[in-house]
Design a binder for this molecule. Structure first.
Ligand code: NAP
Length: 460
């Protein structure tokens, strides 16, 4: 396997990179382990100086960094710029708040005095996906470096330029050698990194298959892990929803990042009273998207990230139809160069259809009509995934009640504002475990140590 940067807009190979040799990997591990021995003793202020500097560099270079993402994985340029700025915000958030999140906590035992303190555990190995090439990195770098840990990161094979650009920011910010290392390594090498005694924790964001493989390995080594995996989020429209508002979110929720978002709206579950109107308006809004160069601000439909992503998604749609689903619109490759797919809606997907349990990672919406709230909740929960979901209704209290009944890690009422630096992000079931972002995001790889003090002269 090679790290290859290919523009999915036109198929041009931009750059290829050799994988690390065993010697390079060993040197990187040694450097990271050595760095930890010094970094663990730095103050929060010293760590924040570097993390804040990287945030500032990201903002200063937002255009250049955004262009790389658009070139390598086809994200529309305004979304790429938004991602860069948001990633900088996440870094700045942890630079500002880490000390507070990790401050000692006084406990109140029946006898004596006690407190918990938090300390870093060592070099953390992160495996990250291509769909948000910087945001995924900021989500691990901000909290774990501020906690005093050191990072080694294996990014996805199709975004090596973004991966290297992010690593360079740390060097430019004056980070000590080994604080943040980008690893161009194979899956085999990744497994061996998990086994390596110098690695003390493993974080993976990606597919359930990758999560199973890496977490099993971490488990064998008795190392803590966190997993942010796929999803098939329900977008529930109750009969009193404001359709104008709902359709806007439906389009954004399904089509942002060309549908390649773990927490995108993937299953549209609509009350029968609104179903026909919703479907008609949703279809019209998707049909109005115009494919083009993702570097052009006017483009409203970009390519998928890679040719293989497109081919796999087309196969999934064909399989769904072969097993009884009805194609309402789309389902084909767009007849032009590049890895473009028509926005697609499928309906009549019954639970026996394998598509019912799949994650459609691209511009494909599964549409269901339901007779009432209970049926909507039951259908939403009939999923192997449990990442996020949303409910649309004019009655906010009802929306909150429905949100509470859905078995996922995150729910959104009348919006899909997925992610903010200060709010926890993550799922249950096949969507993984652990939380990134917010206070929880920094607690994953720290030693929460109890210190109990008793009177030395008290009887034992
Ligand atoms: P993927 O194939 O699992 O790849 C993700 C990362 O894991 C890549 O760096 C990949 O490396 C690596 N990887 C895959 N199999 C591996 C193995 N056996 N050993 C070591 N490393 C391995 O995921 P994808 O399909 O490209 O990405 C999309 C998936 O990520 C979707 O399911 C999406 O929902 C999920 N995701 C979840 C979140 C979240 O926060 N919950 C966020 C974003 C995406 P290579 O590229 O070298 O194969």
């Amino acid at each position: 396997m090679t790290y290859e940067s290919i523009n999915p807009y036109n198929g041009t190979v931009l750059k290829t990179f050799e994988e690390f040799t065993e010697e390079q990997l060993e040197t990187a591990l040694q450097t990271a382990a050595k760095c930890f021995e010094a970094w663990r003793h730095t103050t929060f202020a010293e760590r924040a100086r570097i993390v804040d500097k990287v945030a500032a560099l990201m903002n200063a270079k937002s255009d250049e960094l955004a262009r790389l993402v658009t070139l390598e994985m086809g994200k529309r340029i305004d979304e790429s710029r938004g991602e860069v700025v948001f990633s900088a915000d996440i870094l700045a958030y942890y630079a500002k708040n880490a000390e507070r999140f990790l401050a000692p906590v006084k406990l109140h035992p029946a006898i004596g005095e006690a407190h918990m303190e938090s300390s870093p555990i060592g070099v953390i190995f992160c495996v990250e996906p291509w769909n948000f090439p910087y945001y995924q990195l900021a989500r691990v770098a901000g909290p774990h470096l501020m906690a005093g840990n050191v990072l080694m990161v294996k990014h996805a094979a199709n975004v090596p330029q973004s991966a290297i650009a992010f690593e360079k920011l740390w060097i430019e910010a004056g980070a000590p050698a080994g604080l943040y290392t980008n690893l161009l390594i194979s899956h085999d090498q990744a497994n061996r990194v998990v086994d390596d005694a110098r690695i003390k924790g493993v974080a993976l964001t990606g597919s359930a298959a990758a999560g199973r493989s890496i977490a099993a390995r971490a488990g064998q080594n008795l190392k803590p892990s966190s997993l942010e995996l796929g999803g098939s989020d329900a977008f529930i429209v109750l009969k009193d929803a404001d359709l104008e508002h709902t359709i806007k979110w439906a389009v954004w929720g399904r089509m942002y990042n060309d549908g390649q978002t773990c927490v995108a709206a993937k299953r549209f579950i609509v009350a029968e009273e609104l179903a026909d109107t919703f479907l008609k308006r949703f279809q019209a809004a998707l049909a109005a998207l115009v494919p083009g160069d993702p570097m052009d601000e006017k483009t409203t439909l970009g390519p998928l990230s890679t040719e293989s992503a497109l081919v796999n998604l087309l196969k999934l749609v064909d399989g769904a139809v072969a097993n009884g689903a009805t194609l309402v619109m789309g389902g084909k490759r767009i007849n032009r160069p590049g890895s473009f797919m028509e926005p697609t809606i499928l309906t009549d997907i019954d639970p026996q259809n394998p598509a019912f349990r799949e994650e459609f990672f691209g511009p494909v919406a599964l549409f269901f009509r339901v007779k009432d709230e209970d049926e909507a909740v039951a259908l939403a929960n009939d999923s192997d995934f449990g990442l996020g979901g949303s409910v649309f209704t004019r009655d906010v209290a009802r929306g909150e009640r429905v949100a509470s009944r859905i078995e996922t890690g995150m729910m959104f009422v009348n919006n899909i504002d997925w992610s903010d630096a200060d709010l926890p992000f993550g799922g249950i079931k096949n969507s993984g475990y652990g939380r990134e972002l917010g206070d929880s995001g920094i607690q994953a790889f720290v030693n929460k140590k109890l210190i109990r003090v008793s009177d030395a002269h008290a009887p034992a």
